[in-house]
Design a protein around this ligand. Structure first.
Ligand code: GLV
Ligand code: MN
Ligand code: MN
Length: 453
């Protein structure tokens, strides 16, 4: 197998270990590229563990930051291009039909893409700033490994099977999560996408163009969605429900029931720049004060409502140590078990910001940048998966996923792999080797159940 170029990789590759707690070095030699040349290569001598480790080692150095140890794989950057090259190489080395869709999502097909009723699996390869190795890549790597397992077991597929890498899932660069799947599902229109800008003022079309993609082509792709019979996304769990189950069961894999409604709101606090050493406290219009109080209010309102509220990104102008800020811009991420609670919490945070702004002489403006309604995964598919896996736990999540976006258009389900610490969106994110391989086995079982009958 060819390991693709690694233009933007920074830092030392993690030498076969996963996460901070480390994995043993695989002892297997990589399989030659010709080994799985064609679809007929059922029975190719790969084991799940071998195939998994090879892929993990190939992907691990891409976009990894030397100092933080976290991943910086942002849409349409060099690291993103390297991840995409890696995906394409995985498809080609297996003799799968590779496709790039109009929205920059990548597809690898076993069987005829046009035949319909396809079973699709996959996830994403981009990351949040200094993200972990698992959020996204675990789903993509597990998908290829599950396919290898099905082929080496001689499974007879009666439906086409595809693996997908959705572009820009995290929205780390342009602020809008799941851009690739949203465009495909018609949940993000072209004009809005074209207006997105990154922190350096580069627009999405400029970034796509520089990366060699056609930004004019983006838009809904109903024909592609119509080919899909079911989509199953495997993902690392981003909480501790499987690690600390209430009933004490020891299960490495669970099935998703629902995704909490969630969204992103930009709070602009406009004050007045002035000298930090000469402006009396009473004369200041300091937006930092209003912002700080809003952060505290968000925490309190969310706690009372049983919701979540996070200001994880902030921008300050002019950003000088000895200057009172003229503008503080903070981004609120909020999530709740239901839409009513979410709306109430965000409304209360906004009111608290405006009230505090009146005291501080600060003008507050709030813009909703994205919103994802509650997702209830298809009950029959969810129950089918849980049954195929012998009644594994069924759990909701507060994290957003491409599966959530697709669920409005096609029957969709998710598998979660146990996360011993629950940490995610951090370099400390990890999962045990055995649990990851159990995830692959579960995915293979599910794909076989869906695509072979
Ligand atoms: C994506 O990971 C999100 O939940 O923000
Ligand atoms: Mn994520
Ligand atoms: Mn993810």
């Amino acid at each position: 197998m060819t390991v693709v170029g690694n233009r933007s990789a920074e830092g030392t590759p993690p030498s076969g270990s996963w996460g901070r707690d480390g994995w043993a070095q695989p002892t297997h030699r990589p399989a030659p590229a010709h080994e799985t040349e064609a679809e007929t290569a059922v029975g190719a001598p790969r084991t799940t563990g071998t195939s998994f480790h090879e892929m993990w080692r190939g992907l691990a150095p891409i976009g990894r930051h030397a100092e933080s140890g976290g991943y910086r794989r942002y849409a349409w950057t060099g690291a993103d291009a390297d991840c995409r090259a890696w995906f394409q190489a995985q498809a080609e080395t297996r003799g799968l039909t590779y496709e790039l869709d109009r929205n920059g999502n990548q597809w690898a097909w076993l069987g005829d893409p046009e035949a319909g009723d396809a079973i699709v699996t996959g996830s994403h390869l981009d990351s949040v700033p200094d993200g972990g190795a698992f959020d996204g890549p675990l789903g993509v790597v597990s998908s290829f490994a599950a396919l290898d397992e099905l082929r080496s077991g001689g499974a007879k597929l009666t439906k086409p099977l595809a693996i997908v890498n959705f572009g820009d899932e995290e929205g780390a660069r342009f602020g809008l999560a799941c851009a690739g799947s949203r465009l495909t599902a018609g949940q993000l229109d072209k004009d809005r996408a074209h207006a997105l800008r990154d922190g350096d003022g580069i627009t999405l079309p400029q970034a796509m163009d520089r990366a060699g993609y056609d930004p004019e082509a983006i838009g809904p792709d109903p024909e592609r969605l119509a080919r899909i019979g079911a989509f199953v996304e495997l993902h690392i769990e981003q909480g501790r429900a499987l690690a600390d189950p209430a009933d004490g069961t020891d299960t490495p894999v669970g099935v998703a029931s629902a995704i909490w409604p969630h969204g992103r709101w930009r709070f602009d606090f406009h004050g007045e720049a002035n000298h930090a050493g000469t402006t009396r406290l009473d004369d200041r219009r300091d937006p930092m004060l209003t912002y700080a109080n809003t952060v505290l209010a968000a925490r309190k309102k969310a706690r009372i409502a049983g919701a979540l509220a996070t200001f994880g990104k902030v921008g300050v102008e002019p950003n000088g140590v000895n200057a009172i800020a003229s503008l503080v811009r903070g981004w609120l991420d909020s999530r709740a078990p239901d839409e009513e609670t979410l709306a109430a919490v965000v409304g209360e945070i906004e009111r608290a910001a405006v009230e505090r702004g009146q005291r501080d002489g600060v003008d507050v403006r709030v813009t909703r940048e994205s919103f994802t309604p509650i997702v209830e995964f298809a009950h029959d598919l969810r129950d089918q998966l849980s049954g195929l896996l012998g009644g594994v736990p069924v759990l909701p999540t507060g994290a957003g996923h491409d599966a959530g976006i697709l669920s409005a258009s096609v029957p969709t389900a998710m598998l979660f792999v146990r996360n011993p610490t629950g940490v995610s969106h951090s370099p400390a994110e990890t999962a045990g080797e055995d649990d990851c391989l159990a995830g692959v086995a579960a995915l293979a079982q599910v794909l076989e159940g869906l695509a072979c009958h």
